[in-house]
Design a protein around this ligand. Sequence first.
Ligand code: UD1
Ligand code: CA
Length: 457
Amino acid sequence: MEKVAAVILAAGKGTRMKSGVVKVLHPAAGRPMIAWPVDAARAAGADPIVLVVGHQANAVMNTFRGAGDIRCAMQEEQLGTGHAVACARDALAGFRGTVLILCGDTPLLRGETLQELIAFHRGQGADLTVLTALMDNPHGYGRVVRDESGRVLRIVEQKDASPEEQAVREVNSGIYCMESDFLFANIDSIGSDNAQQEFYLTDLLAIAVAQGRVCLARATNDTDEIMGVNDRAQLAAASRILRQRINQGLMADGVTLVDPDHTYIDYGASIGPDTVIQPNCSIDGATVIGANCEIDAGSSITGCSIGNDCHIKAGSVLEDSQLHNGVSIGPMAHLRPGTVLHDHVKIGNFVETKKVVMGTGSKASHLTYLGDAEIGSEVNIGCGTITCNYDGVRKHRTVIGDGVFVGSDVQLVAPVTVGSNALIAAGTTVTSDVPSDALAIARVPQVNKEGWRLRKK
Ligand code: UD1
Ligand code: CA
């Protein structure tokens, strides 16, 4: 089997994004835009994959740190797509086979489409095959010029096209298959005598035709797939389509999305069957959710691992937390990073946790802050409890043993340890350790002054 390599052009700045961040690193459905075409190239069997980088080259390269199949080629000055591909020559030294050429700003391109393109290209014994599409509004794209018999002659850019050429609806996707021998024998003969004074990669078509090579154009009818993202509106449109694909995949696997058009699940999330997700939830950061969970409206879950049979009630925010099975959260609870909740833990409304471990069956049902705490199993945390973990300089830990009952409105001034099965009376400020099985109570004794209101009148 002949080998496949890919060259992905990503040196441009993306001026129309009006951003401090290079275009190809803008996230689309939870990952940098360029990660999508890289995956498509991988799915088509390309190895190595050469990224032509320029603007913010280090940031782009760092995105793929540790990926053995990725090589980078530097294009210091963006002199055009032809010049960009020429910059990949050294990175592909010694490679012979089919070279896929893609752009870093086409996140909707699928691996299957590239596989089909390669199969067609090879089946026809072509030297160069370009993927094209028929567009109702071809404005801005290069147009495919064919002769009367339909044979491809060349591609002409919008800015160089005559009125007749501008009327052509078949456009260049910027996605190509080329044999390496043809590509590198000719890439340096491209000139820059055109409206933009750039080295156009598209000139290779006319060069191939002049040499009597097999030069083909293969049209796709999925115009979404080749959509290039140039500005934020296109980024939103592309992201929406990526999320639709993610949602369709999840629904096919047995997840109920009550309103898929208003459910925002990013790349990398995994969700088990019979889980029901209500509208306006966002789930990202490679979150894993088990089976039979309910995720109620307006919840935001990032970087979490959630077991089976959990219920996340409306408006809750969960970050980098781990929930075992049968856990109930919210409504309107905030789990901050480092929260670990074992089976059947209940976190109620207006509870905030951070770096907290709670054992099986423990509850904090209302209005509570728990931070830097280790809480055993079957513990009841009363309404309004606060772990006072911060002394203004450092954070301190609170340790609460199994079976402890913490009454309402208790402050635990850390560092402090409460032994198992102890009871903290409501309103207590705990400033020293409480032994197991003890009652801790620290309140000003109540005084009733009889008739006090009457005397004030
Ligand atoms: C290019 C094609 C056009 C096609 C369109 C499809 C050429 C001359 N034109 O036009 O026929 O319809 O794509 O989207 O190829 N890049 C570099 N270095 C450079 C120039 C560009 O890395 O010197 C990268 C850009 O970062 C971008 C990609 O190549 O990712 C495409 O470049 P762009 O300038 O957007 O080309 P278009 O004008 O869209
Ligand atoms: Ca473009």
